[in-house]
Design a protein around this ligand. Structure first.
Ligand SMILES: Cc1cc2nc3c(=O)[nH]c(=O)nc-3n(C[C@H](O)[C@H](O)[C@H](O)COP(=O)(O)OP(=O)(O)OC[C@H]3O[C@@H](n4cnc5c(N)ncnc54)[C@H](O)[C@@H]3O)c2cc1C
Length: 383
């Protein structure tokens, strides 16, 4: 128990944990090999109310707070980080669509999202770079009641499996920077879209790839937020996903720690359990401490969000600290298993899975710049 999780949230978390242990965990290793998300499992998650519970009931959500999304998210991630992308993308895009879309356009998508019947990707990064996101170049031209898209997005999670994507493109001049970007909801079956899949180190069931747009015509009512306002309005959603990513990777670290404590208590060397050697148990005790603290930071960030209090710097803290700490924790756990840890299996897959989030959704350097700007002001911390 902790101050952020009341009895209702604890019960929800317990329900999600049982579901994840029964339905999600058994396919974790296999999905890494076959590299496909399980759509039937997604629908079951939807039926259970586990996808974007913070969305209003009119869209199939539970009308709960963002903390509810957080406690479910960590339980799914503990079983399979790739599958928990379903939760992450639904919460991030659900917020964007519900806040910035035309209700008649986004409503059917939101309903499918919460039901686990649709997966929506987020497409910001381009081949020329991801950190300097405001400098993006995908061309978006207005032609009557449509926008015409030309260009490429790359390194997009679920690129080849998504049913639609929230795409950020340039409607203004290059000089207009962040103030010349427009966001659109783009169904992936529109003519002119082709997609590719990368061979990723981890997160292989969700995967990453490129989206290519060649004269893709998107109805103007699919715009999210105002024209040229995509960056300043729509990007706010990333504070939410950054706290969720912290919980996502820390849940993987938690699972690794739990298994490692059990293992080192049972295996012996030099006539004693491994846990009797402080060289084995103290590093784990150190990670226990940090994982507990980082998780509280993530929960606090969602708690602030639920109260409409500022949380941009806190979200950036979750995003840089969580993935780094999770990687180091799983690494230490893997070493405790000796040669067995290096075999293909749970620990090495977890290590590969969590590493991706030291890059995806913004690197530690960019997160620290956001924190520094929050404290010292934008003028004092130029890019
Ligand atoms: C697993 C994974 C999932 C992803 N999913 C998505 C997705 O769904 N949608 C999407 O749009 N993108 C996605 N990405 C892309 C990701 O957001 C970008 O890779 C990331 O923003 C960094 O951009 P870049 O790779 O172009 O690196 P660059 O911007 O070229 O940066 C390279 C290095 O230089 C550092 N650097 C750059 N600028 C500065 C600076 N000013 N100060 C200090 N250091 C700096 C960076 O921190 C980094 O270490 C994903 C990436 C990964 C690995």
């Amino acid at each position: 128990m902790n101050p952020y999780i009341d009895e209702d949230l604890a019960a929800l978390s317990e329900q999600a944990r049982r579901f994840a242990a029964d339905k999600v965990a058994p396919g974790y290793l296999e999905r890494d090999k076959i590299r496909v998300l399980d759509r039937a499992l997604m629908r079951q998650m939807g039926e259970m109310g586990f996808i974007a519970p913070e969305l209003p009931e009119q869209y199939g959500g539970l009308g709960m707070g963002c903390l509810a999304a957080g406690v479910i998210h960590e339980e799914i991630a503990r079983a399979d980080l790739s599958i928990s992308y379903v939760n992450l993308l639904a919460s991030l895009n659900g917020q964007i669509l519900s806040h910035h879309g035309k209700p008649e356009i986004v409503s059917p998508w939101l309903t499918k999202l919460t039901a686990g019947e649709a997966l929506i990707a987020i497409a910001l990064t381009e081949p020329r770079g991801g950190s300097d996101a405001a400098n993006l170049r995908l061309k978006v031209e207005r032609a009557g009641h449509e926008y015409i898209l030309n260009g490429e997005k790359t390194s997009i999670s679920a690129a080849d499996q998504a049913d639609a994507a929230v795409v950020f493109g340039r409607t203004g001049t290059i000089e207009s920077g962040a103030h010349g970007i427009t966001a659109l909801l783009v169904p992936m079956d529109l003519p002119g879209i082709t997609r590719s899949r990368f061979d990723c180190h981890g997160q292989r069931a969700i995967g990453r790839g490129s989206l290519f747009f060649e004269n893709v015509r998107v109805p103007a009512e699919y715009r999210l937020g105002g024209e040229n306002k995509g960056f300043v309005q729509v990007m706010q959603g990333f504070d939410f996903s950054r706290a969720l990513i912290g919980l996502q990777v820390l849940a993987v670290a938690r699972a690794a720690l739990d298994e490692t404590w059990a293992y080192i208590s049972g295996r012996e060397a030099f006539g004693k359990p491994l846990s009797a050697f402080q060289g084995v148990s103290h590093p784990l005790a150190g990670f226990e401490t940090q994982v507990a603290a980082a998780r509280l930071l993530c929960l606090q960030t969602l708690w602030l969000k639920d109260r409409n209090l500022p949380h941009t710097a806190e979200a950036a803290m979750c995003k840089w600290w969580g993935p780094k700490l999770a990687y180091e924790t799983v690494h230490q756990c893997l070493l405790c298993f000796g040669h067995g840890g290096y075999d293909r299996g749970l620990m090495e897959q977890r290590l590969r899975d969590v590493l991706g989030f030291q890059i995806g959704d913004g690197t530690a350097q960019i997160m620290k710049t956001i924190i520094a700007r929050g404290r010292a002001g934008r003028a004092a911390v130029p890019a």
